[in-house]
Design a protein around this ligand. Structure first.
Ligand SMILES: C[S@@+](CC[C@H](N)C(=O)[O-])C[C@H]1O[C@@H](n2cnc3c(N)ncnc32)[C@H](O)[C@@H]1O
Length: 644
């Protein structure tokens, strides 16, 4: 039995307009159902807070701003602006401090490193241009108090730091509404609405989720190529500043490669430019047309003051299978008496639907539901009705092969893996085929969102790594083991490192189902386990392939790589090359007390387009250890080209 369908004003509509805040996967992100994709990359966020809507209200601001925009903190209006901090979802805004009297010209990374050096664990850091103060949030009171005690009075570059508690940021949607009311008071409401509705919803949403949808694909590729070109020019300048011994080499490189530090191959296009995403995170909310219970993408960012949702039917990067599943799921939730969750009032239940599809025609759906004050028996009835709907009812045709119910209400932790995730029906995992290999994928495991383009990416990695039967490959941030597994038959041994336990379990199974026995996987943060793993490697020919989340690798990992003399070659897969710049610089900078071991230098680079219709792409950078005693592969390659 499932809930009988309640009459709804949009009954006759075919739905449709979806909207999404997140699109372009910004790969590399750790928490699969959260923000691997958000379009705006918050480089100041160390560890994502994820709850839909909630995430955007947590960015630190000057607390004084709350007065300017939201009235006095004691008024009921102002209380509303801060109500989100009392809701049951995790937000680090309640553990926020302001650090004052910082040295001039320090950046986000300097402050992050400084805090980490003192064993503090910041969650988010916000600096304001050239100001000498910063807002820092922590995951809990204990970490915040420890930071306050330790940092207050500390000396840094001749300045005495001081720390005080800071107020959380005001809820942006309520703040915007307040502003709109003030600003729009003199204008007829109809005129304002007409201005906002200039474009059809399908265009508005396309502009949000696939901002390059109306740019020819060749031109999209040209822009991405140019972006990566700029990164290599910047890296050339940075290497010049941080490693004087490389200047003669750099001078030649820059001459040869148009101010870049190494040659840049032509960008590799995605085999499919539409319907390429195998994973989408849909928001469940009120439709932009006023339709209730709509599954799709957010038209605006919560931060920008909009919660309206538009269905994915016109979104060109979403697969037909995912659209069908969304449509069936939407029908189901409309049969239930439960409303959508409102990030504004924190009331309601249905929050998010994550859909993953595969080439093998399997599909995983994870629905996020806030139980609020529902009793256990009500929740059980809902889950039973969902099971029945998708196994015996109309939903049988949805294509779902793994259906999960995720209770997202009482979350005290910032780790999405801690949420109760219950299999309602089907298999616990889905399986994908890639490069002729099989991969099992669990709900929390990362998998590249564009399978065809990931094959291109992994093929280039394999080509550039120059492996042979004596090689040992370190696959750092290995997810379900895809890169290492695709290389295993060519080498002596593969060692994977990954912090997500479910992904490690998948990786072990994936090695087995592909008949590979020369692979081992270690679960842990790379910064915690890399050195230990490396110590156990006896091989003299070690190649590292690193594919970290968008913030890049912890500097501890880079320092360990520098110290490992048997590690001669490194392929860096960067989903945000700008954010990985510090890693690139540290790999190449002169040796010092902090950075021991011979430097690396960049040998070649290429972009691979995993995210058509968006500005994002992956960048691959091959580094080789500078070896003054023998010629590096790049020198040899050049000799061959010159015929010497
Ligand atoms: C961009 S994904 C790459 C995964 C894999 N290489 C692939 O292509 O599918 C980054 C992976 O790094 C993991 N990760 C994030 N931070 C990590 C850390 N500090 N140490 C180890 N793994 C980490 C994530 O869980 C995720 O699986």
């Amino acid at each position: 039995m499932y809930y009988s369908r309640l009459p709804h004003p949009s009954d006759n509509s075919t739905i449709i307009r979806a909207n999404m805040t997140d699109v372009g996967e910004i790969p590399g992100d750790v928490s699969p159902y959260l923000k691997e994709k958000a379009l705006d990359i918050k480089e100041d966020v160390i560890d994502e807070e994820k709850a839909i809507g909630q995430e955007d209200v947590t960015e630190a601001v000057n607390p004084d701003e709350t007065k300017a925009c939201g009235g006095e903190a004691g008024s009921s209006e102002a209380n509303n602006l801060y109500r989100y901090v009392q809701a049951d979802l995790f937000t680090s805004e309640i553990f926020k401090v302001e650090i004052q009297n910082l040295p001039k010209f320090i950046g986000f990374n300097d402050l992050k490193k400084f805090l980490e050096k003192h064993r503090l664990n910041p969650h988010k850091i916000k600096l304001f241009g050239k100001q000498t103060f910063a807002f820092v949030t922590f995951k809990n009171e204990e970490e915040r108090d420890k930071a306050m005690k330790m940092v207050h009075g500390m000396q840094w570059k001749g300045r005495t730091l001081s720390v005080r508690l800071a107020k959380p940021k005001a809820d942006p949607i309520l703040r915007k509404r307040g502003r709109d009311e003030v600003e729009g008071a003199g204008q007829p409401p109809l005129k304002r609405e007409a201005e906002e509705d200039k474009e059809p919803l399908s265009v508005q949403i396309a502009n949000v989720v696939t901002p390059l949808w109306n740019v020819p694909y060749e031109e999209q590729l040209r822009r991405k190529q140019q972006e990566v070109d700029g990164v290599l020019q910047r890296l050339a300048r940075e290497i010049g500043n941080t490693n004087k011994a490389m200047l003669p080499w750099l001078f030649v490189q820059k001459e040869k490669y148009d101010r870049k530090c190494c040659p840049l191959d032509d960008i590799r296009p995605s085999p499919s430019q539409t319907e390429y995403r195998n994973k989408c995170e849909f928001v469940i909310g009120i439709g932009a047309n006023g339709e209730e219970k709509t599954i799709g993408f957010r038209l605006g960012k919560y931060k920008g003051g909009s919660c309206a949702v538009v269905g994915p039917s016109d979104s060109i990067h979403v697969t037909t299978e995912a659209k069908k599943l969304v449509s069936e799921f939407q029908k189901f939730i409309r049969t239930t008496p439960y409303s959508v969750y409102s990030p504004e009032t924190y009331e309601g239940h249905w929050k998010q639907l994550t859909v993953r599809t595969t080439r093998t025609k399997e599909a995983m759906a994870m629905v996020f539901f806030n139980p609020q004050k529902l009793e256990e028996n009500e929740l059980n009835a809902l889950k039973s009705s969902m099971r029945e709907y998708f196994t015996e009812g109309v939903g049988k045709e949805s294509g779902v092969t793994a259906l999960y119910f995720v209770s997202e209400g009482q979350r005290q932790s910032s780790n999405p893996e801690d949420l109760p995730c219950e299999l309602i029906t089907g298999d616990p995992c889905i399986r994908e085929e890639m490069l002729g290999l099989q991969f099992r994928i669990s709900p929390h495991s990362f998998f590249q969102v564009n399978t065809g383009a990931a094959e291109v990416l992994y093929s280039v990695v394999g080509e550039w790594a120059q492996l042979d039967k004596d090689s040992t490959v370190l696959d750092v941030c290995c997810g379900t083991g895809t890169i290492g597994i695709s290389l295993a038959t060519r080498v002596k041994k593969v060692i994977g490192i990954e912090m997500c336990q479910d992904a490690v379990n998948d990786a072990k199974v994936n090695a087995l189902i592909n008949g590979l026995s020369n692979i081992e996987f270690h679960c842990g943060k790379a910064e915690d386990v890399f050195q230990m793993v490396l110590n156990a490697v006896v091989s003299s020919s070690v190649t590292a392939i690193v594919d970290p989340p968008r913030a890049g690798l912890h500097s501890k990992v880079i320092l360990a790589i520098r110290r490992a003399e048997n590690l001669k070659r490194l392929v860096y897969v960067a989903c945000n090359a700008k954010a990985a710049m510090n890693n690139f610089i540290d790999l190449c900078r002169s040796p010092s007390n902090r950075v021991r071991g011979a430097p690396f230098r960049p040998v070649r680079a290429v972009a691979v387009d995993l995210f058509p219709q968006t500005m994002h792409c992956e960048m691959l950078l091959l580094f080789e250890r500078v070896d003054y005693t023998s010629k590096s592969a790049s020198d040899k390659q050049e000799d061959v080209t010159k015929g010497t």
